[in-house]
Design a protein around this ligand. Structure first.
Ligand SMILES: O=C(O)CCC(=O)C(=O)O
Ligand SMILES: [Fe+2]
Length: 314
Protein backbone atom coordinates (compact mmCIF):
# COMPACT_ATOMS: atom_id res chain seq x y z
CA UNK A 1 0.00 0.00 0.00
CA UNK A 2 2.32 2.68 -1.30
CA UNK A 3 1.34 6.33 -1.51
CA UNK A 4 0.34 6.78 -5.19
CA UNK A 5 2.94 8.51 -7.35
CA UNK A 6 1.86 9.06 -10.92
CA UNK A 7 4.01 9.87 -13.91
CA UNK A 8 1.59 12.06 -15.82
CA UNK A 9 3.67 11.99 -19.00
CA UNK A 10 2.52 8.41 -19.41
CA UNK A 11 -1.12 9.33 -20.07
CA UNK A 12 0.08 10.33 -23.52
CA UNK A 13 1.83 7.10 -24.40
CA UNK A 14 1.64 3.31 -24.46
CA UNK A 15 1.02 3.18 -20.74
CA UNK A 16 -2.09 5.35 -20.84
CA UNK A 17 -4.44 2.62 -19.61
CA UNK A 18 -2.25 1.63 -16.65
CA UNK A 19 -1.76 5.29 -15.74
CA UNK A 20 -5.48 6.07 -15.91
CA UNK A 21 -6.08 3.05 -13.68
CA UNK A 22 -3.55 4.35 -11.16
CA UNK A 23 -5.33 7.72 -11.10
CA UNK A 24 -8.65 5.96 -10.66
CA UNK A 25 -7.35 3.84 -7.81
CA UNK A 26 -5.82 6.90 -6.12
CA UNK A 27 -9.12 8.82 -6.41
CA UNK A 28 -11.17 5.92 -5.10
CA UNK A 29 -8.89 4.80 -2.30
CA UNK A 30 -6.67 7.70 -1.26
CA UNK A 31 -8.25 11.01 -2.23
CA UNK A 32 -4.64 12.05 -2.83
CA UNK A 33 -1.84 11.39 -5.29
CA UNK A 34 1.46 12.93 -6.27
CA UNK A 35 2.30 13.85 -9.87
CA UNK A 36 5.71 13.82 -11.50
CA UNK A 37 6.32 14.98 -15.09
CA UNK A 38 3.15 17.06 -14.90
CA UNK A 39 4.30 19.51 -17.57
CA UNK A 40 5.10 22.53 -15.37
CA UNK A 41 8.75 23.28 -16.12
CA UNK A 42 11.18 22.71 -13.24
CA UNK A 43 12.72 26.15 -13.88
CA UNK A 44 9.34 27.76 -13.18
CA UNK A 45 8.98 25.76 -9.96
CA UNK A 46 12.52 26.64 -8.85
CA UNK A 47 11.84 30.34 -9.35
CA UNK A 48 8.51 30.13 -7.50
CA UNK A 49 10.27 28.39 -4.61
CA UNK A 50 13.19 30.81 -4.46
CA UNK A 51 11.00 33.92 -4.55
CA UNK A 52 8.50 32.48 -2.06
CA UNK A 53 11.28 31.70 0.41
CA UNK A 54 12.89 35.12 -0.12
CA UNK A 55 9.56 36.85 0.40
CA UNK A 56 8.96 34.90 3.60
CA UNK A 57 12.39 35.79 5.01
CA UNK A 58 12.07 39.42 4.06
CA UNK A 59 8.46 40.24 4.86
CA UNK A 60 6.92 37.56 7.06
CA UNK A 61 9.30 35.65 9.31
CA UNK A 62 9.98 38.40 11.81
CA UNK A 63 6.29 39.27 12.08
CA UNK A 64 5.44 35.61 12.76
CA UNK A 65 8.06 35.39 15.52
CA UNK A 66 6.69 38.49 17.18
CA UNK A 67 3.14 37.22 16.88
CA UNK A 68 3.78 33.83 18.51
CA UNK A 69 5.79 35.51 21.26
CA UNK A 70 3.06 38.05 21.99
CA UNK A 71 0.11 35.65 21.93
CA UNK A 72 1.84 33.09 24.11
CA UNK A 73 1.94 30.31 21.50
CA UNK A 74 5.69 29.72 21.93
CA UNK A 75 5.10 28.98 25.60
CA UNK A 76 2.02 26.78 25.17
CA UNK A 77 1.77 24.23 27.98
CA UNK A 78 -1.43 22.44 26.91
CA UNK A 79 -2.79 21.27 23.58
CA UNK A 80 -3.76 24.20 21.33
CA UNK A 81 -6.98 23.57 19.41
CA UNK A 82 -8.01 26.92 18.04
CA UNK A 83 -5.05 28.11 16.01
CA UNK A 84 -2.39 26.71 13.68
CA UNK A 85 1.37 27.14 13.52
CA UNK A 86 1.42 28.54 9.99
CA UNK A 87 2.20 31.83 8.32
CA UNK A 88 0.17 32.48 5.17
CA UNK A 89 -1.14 34.85 2.55
CA UNK A 90 -3.69 34.32 -0.20
CA UNK A 91 -3.57 35.03 -3.90
CA UNK A 92 -6.77 35.12 -5.90
CA UNK A 93 -6.66 34.36 -9.62
CA UNK A 94 -10.23 33.68 -10.79
CA UNK A 95 -12.72 35.10 -11.37
CA UNK A 96 -10.70 38.22 -10.45
CA UNK A 97 -7.03 38.50 -9.58
CA UNK A 98 -5.88 40.30 -6.42
CA UNK A 99 -2.18 39.93 -7.17
CA UNK A 100 -1.59 43.56 -8.08
CA UNK A 101 -3.28 44.74 -4.87
CA UNK A 102 -1.32 42.72 -2.33
CA UNK A 103 1.20 44.77 -0.40
CA UNK A 104 4.84 43.74 0.11
CA UNK A 105 5.25 41.63 -3.04
CA UNK A 106 8.07 42.35 -5.47
CA UNK A 107 6.92 42.86 -9.05
CA UNK A 108 8.98 39.91 -10.22
CA UNK A 109 7.27 37.68 -7.65
CA UNK A 110 3.81 38.85 -8.72
CA UNK A 111 4.64 38.04 -12.33
CA UNK A 112 6.05 34.62 -11.54
CA UNK A 113 3.05 33.67 -9.39
CA UNK A 114 0.66 34.78 -12.12
CA UNK A 115 2.42 32.60 -14.64
CA UNK A 116 2.53 29.66 -12.22
CA UNK A 117 -1.20 30.03 -11.55
CA UNK A 118 -2.02 29.92 -15.28
CA UNK A 119 -0.10 26.68 -15.58
CA UNK A 120 -1.79 25.22 -12.51
CA UNK A 121 -5.21 26.23 -13.81
CA UNK A 122 -4.54 24.35 -17.04
CA UNK A 123 -3.25 21.32 -15.12
CA UNK A 124 -6.33 21.33 -12.86
CA UNK A 125 -8.63 21.40 -15.88
CA UNK A 126 -6.70 18.63 -17.62
CA UNK A 127 -6.94 16.55 -14.45
CA UNK A 128 -10.68 17.16 -14.18
CA UNK A 129 -11.03 15.72 -17.67
CA UNK A 130 -9.00 12.65 -16.72
CA UNK A 131 -11.34 12.21 -13.77
CA UNK A 132 -14.33 12.54 -16.14
CA UNK A 133 -12.89 9.81 -18.31
CA UNK A 134 -12.40 7.50 -15.32
CA UNK A 135 -15.92 8.25 -14.11
CA UNK A 136 -17.42 7.72 -17.58
CA UNK A 137 -18.71 11.30 -17.51
CA UNK A 138 -18.68 13.37 -20.64
CA UNK A 139 -15.45 15.32 -21.21
CA UNK A 140 -15.85 18.80 -19.76
CA UNK A 141 -18.58 17.72 -17.32
CA UNK A 142 -16.68 18.66 -14.16
CA UNK A 143 -15.35 21.92 -15.54
CA UNK A 144 -18.88 22.85 -16.50
CA UNK A 145 -20.29 21.76 -13.15
CA UNK A 146 -17.88 24.22 -11.52
CA UNK A 147 -18.55 27.03 -13.98
CA UNK A 148 -21.51 29.03 -12.62
CA UNK A 149 -22.00 32.45 -14.17
CA UNK A 150 -18.38 33.62 -14.08
CA UNK A 151 -16.25 30.51 -14.21
CA UNK A 152 -14.41 28.72 -11.40
CA UNK A 153 -12.92 30.25 -8.27
CA UNK A 154 -9.19 29.72 -8.31
CA UNK A 155 -6.80 30.85 -5.61
CA UNK A 156 -3.50 30.03 -3.96
CA UNK A 157 -2.64 29.85 -0.30
CA UNK A 158 1.06 30.50 0.16
CA UNK A 159 2.12 29.06 3.50
CA UNK A 160 5.27 28.64 5.49
CA UNK A 161 5.37 26.43 8.54
CA UNK A 162 8.22 27.76 10.68
CA UNK A 163 10.09 25.52 13.14
CA UNK A 164 7.88 24.91 16.14
CA UNK A 165 9.12 24.36 19.70
CA UNK A 166 6.02 22.35 20.73
CA UNK A 167 4.81 20.18 17.82
CA UNK A 168 3.15 17.78 20.27
CA UNK A 169 0.89 20.62 21.45
CA UNK A 170 0.21 22.61 18.31
CA UNK A 171 -0.41 21.51 14.72
CA UNK A 172 0.96 23.22 11.64
CA UNK A 173 -2.61 22.88 10.36
CA UNK A 174 -5.38 20.97 12.12
CA UNK A 175 -7.09 18.02 10.42
CA UNK A 176 -9.71 18.96 7.83
CA UNK A 177 -11.03 18.05 4.41
CA UNK A 178 -10.84 20.72 1.73
CA UNK A 179 -14.15 22.34 0.84
CA UNK A 180 -13.67 22.83 -2.85
CA UNK A 181 -12.86 20.92 -6.00
CA UNK A 182 -9.34 19.86 -6.86
CA UNK A 183 -6.27 21.06 -4.99
CA UNK A 184 -2.75 21.25 -6.41
CA UNK A 185 0.08 21.55 -3.93
CA UNK A 186 3.71 22.49 -4.48
CA UNK A 187 5.30 21.49 -1.21
CA UNK A 188 8.79 21.78 0.21
CA UNK A 189 11.03 18.95 -0.96
CA UNK A 190 13.00 18.74 2.28
CA UNK A 191 10.81 19.63 5.23
CA UNK A 192 7.89 17.20 5.54
CA UNK A 193 4.73 17.45 7.60
CA UNK A 194 1.64 16.79 5.45
CA UNK A 195 -0.26 13.65 6.43
CA UNK A 196 -3.52 12.10 5.29
CA UNK A 197 -5.80 9.75 7.15
CA UNK A 198 -6.16 6.33 5.53
CA UNK A 199 -7.81 3.38 7.26
CA UNK A 200 -7.54 5.23 10.59
CA UNK A 201 -3.83 5.77 10.20
CA UNK A 202 -1.95 9.00 9.51
CA UNK A 203 0.27 8.53 6.45
CA UNK A 204 3.00 10.93 5.32
CA UNK A 205 2.71 12.55 1.91
CA UNK A 206 6.33 12.17 0.82
CA UNK A 207 8.24 15.33 -0.11
CA UNK A 208 9.58 14.96 -3.63
CA UNK A 209 11.40 17.55 -5.70
CA UNK A 210 9.30 19.19 -8.43
CA UNK A 211 6.22 17.08 -7.78
CA UNK A 212 2.66 18.37 -7.48
CA UNK A 213 0.47 16.77 -4.81
CA UNK A 214 -3.19 16.54 -5.81
CA UNK A 215 -6.18 16.02 -3.53
CA UNK A 216 -9.92 16.07 -3.93
CA UNK A 217 -12.28 18.36 -2.03
CA UNK A 218 -15.82 17.99 -0.71
CA UNK A 219 -17.41 19.20 -3.98
CA UNK A 220 -15.95 16.31 -5.94
CA UNK A 221 -17.28 13.92 -3.32
CA UNK A 222 -20.77 15.38 -3.85
CA UNK A 223 -20.60 15.47 -7.65
CA UNK A 224 -19.26 11.90 -7.84
CA UNK A 225 -22.00 10.81 -5.43
CA UNK A 226 -19.34 9.56 -3.03
CA UNK A 227 -17.42 7.49 -5.57
CA UNK A 228 -14.48 9.72 -4.76
CA UNK A 229 -14.09 11.06 -1.24
CA UNK A 230 -12.43 14.11 0.21
CA UNK A 231 -9.91 12.84 2.73
CA UNK A 232 -8.85 14.25 6.09
CA UNK A 233 -5.36 15.71 6.15
CA UNK A 234 -3.24 17.79 8.50
CA UNK A 235 0.20 19.33 8.80
CA UNK A 236 2.51 18.33 11.63
CA UNK A 237 4.76 21.19 12.67
CA UNK A 238 8.46 20.35 12.68
CA UNK A 239 11.10 21.37 15.19
CA UNK A 240 13.69 21.94 12.45
CA UNK A 241 13.37 23.81 9.18
CA UNK A 242 10.66 25.94 7.63
CA UNK A 243 8.26 24.07 5.36
CA UNK A 244 7.05 25.86 2.24
CA UNK A 245 3.62 24.91 0.94
CA UNK A 246 1.86 26.53 -2.01
CA UNK A 247 -1.65 25.13 -2.27
CA UNK A 248 -3.88 26.13 -5.19
CA UNK A 249 -7.60 25.54 -4.93
CA UNK A 250 -9.61 25.05 -8.13
CA UNK A 251 -13.17 25.45 -6.88
CA UNK A 252 -16.65 26.03 -8.26
CA UNK A 253 -17.81 29.57 -8.97
CA UNK A 254 -19.68 31.04 -6.02
CA UNK A 255 -23.09 30.67 -7.69
CA UNK A 256 -22.48 27.22 -9.19
CA UNK A 257 -25.14 24.71 -8.21
CA UNK A 258 -23.51 21.51 -6.98
CA UNK A 259 -25.22 18.12 -6.98
CA UNK A 260 -24.40 14.50 -7.73
CA UNK A 261 -23.97 13.73 -11.44
CA UNK A 262 -27.20 11.95 -12.45
CA UNK A 263 -25.23 9.17 -14.23
CA UNK A 264 -23.41 8.36 -11.02
CA UNK A 265 -26.62 8.30 -9.01
CA UNK A 266 -28.05 5.86 -11.59
CA UNK A 267 -24.98 3.65 -11.20
CA UNK A 268 -25.07 3.56 -7.45
CA UNK A 269 -26.44 0.42 -5.87
CA UNK A 270 -28.83 2.34 -3.73
CA UNK A 271 -30.57 4.75 -6.01
CA UNK A 272 -31.53 7.20 -3.31
CA UNK A 273 -29.41 10.28 -3.49
CA UNK A 274 -27.52 10.70 -0.25
CA UNK A 275 -25.71 13.89 -1.17
CA UNK A 276 -27.37 17.30 -1.24
CA UNK A 277 -27.86 19.91 -3.95
CA UNK A 278 -26.79 23.44 -3.06
CA UNK A 279 -25.18 26.67 -4.16
CA UNK A 280 -21.41 26.52 -3.63
CA UNK A 281 -21.27 29.88 -1.83
CA UNK A 282 -23.75 28.58 0.77
CA UNK A 283 -21.49 25.60 1.39
CA UNK A 284 -18.51 27.90 1.87
CA UNK A 285 -20.36 29.98 4.45
CA UNK A 286 -20.97 26.87 6.47
CA UNK A 287 -17.45 25.54 5.90
CA UNK A 288 -15.76 28.70 7.11
CA UNK A 289 -17.33 28.13 10.52
CA UNK A 290 -16.95 24.32 10.58
CA UNK A 291 -13.73 23.63 8.67
CA UNK A 292 -12.12 21.60 11.43
CA UNK A 293 -15.16 19.43 12.05
CA UNK A 294 -16.40 16.33 10.23
CA UNK A 295 -17.80 16.90 6.74
CA UNK A 296 -20.91 14.71 7.14
CA UNK A 297 -22.85 17.24 9.22
CA UNK A 298 -22.00 19.86 6.60
CA UNK A 299 -23.53 17.70 3.88
CA UNK A 300 -26.54 17.07 6.12
CA UNK A 301 -27.02 20.77 6.78
CA UNK A 302 -26.92 21.53 3.06
CA UNK A 303 -29.88 19.28 2.46
CA UNK A 304 -31.92 22.13 3.84
CA UNK A 305 -30.21 24.80 1.73
CA UNK A 306 -32.92 27.43 1.54
CA UNK A 307 -31.69 29.03 -1.65
CA UNK A 308 -32.49 25.80 -3.50
CA UNK A 309 -36.17 26.06 -2.60
CA UNK A 310 -38.42 23.08 -3.20
CA UNK A 311 -36.00 21.28 -5.53
CA UNK A 312 -33.51 20.68 -2.72
CA UNK A 313 -34.15 16.96 -2.76
CA UNK A 314 -34.45 16.56 -6.53
O1 LIG B 1 0.37 22.76 3.62
C1 LIG B 1 -0.10 21.72 3.21
O2 LIG B 1 0.60 20.79 2.84
C2 LIG B 1 -1.56 21.49 3.16
C3 LIG B 1 -2.35 22.73 3.31
C4 LIG B 1 -3.81 22.42 3.37
O3 LIG B 1 -4.21 21.31 3.57
C5 LIG B 1 -4.80 23.49 3.18
O4 LIG B 1 -4.41 24.66 3.18
O5 LIG B 1 -5.98 23.17 3.05
FE1 LIG C 1 -6.26 21.18 3.03
Amino acid sequence: MEFPIINLEKVNGDERKATMDMIKDACENWGFFELVNHGIPVEVMDTVERLTKEHYKKSMEQRFKELVASNGLVDASAEVNDVDWECTFHLKHLPDSNISELPDLEDKYRKVMKDFALRLEKLAEDLLDLLCENLALEKGYLKEAFYGARGPTFGTKVANYPPCPKPELIKGLRAHTDAGGIILLFQDDRVSGLQLLKDDEWIDVPPMRHSIVVNLGDQLEVITNGKYKSVLHRVIAQTEGTRMSIASFYNPGSDAVIYPAPELVEDAQEKTQVYPKFVFEDYMKLYSALKFQAKEPRFEAMKADVSMGPIATA
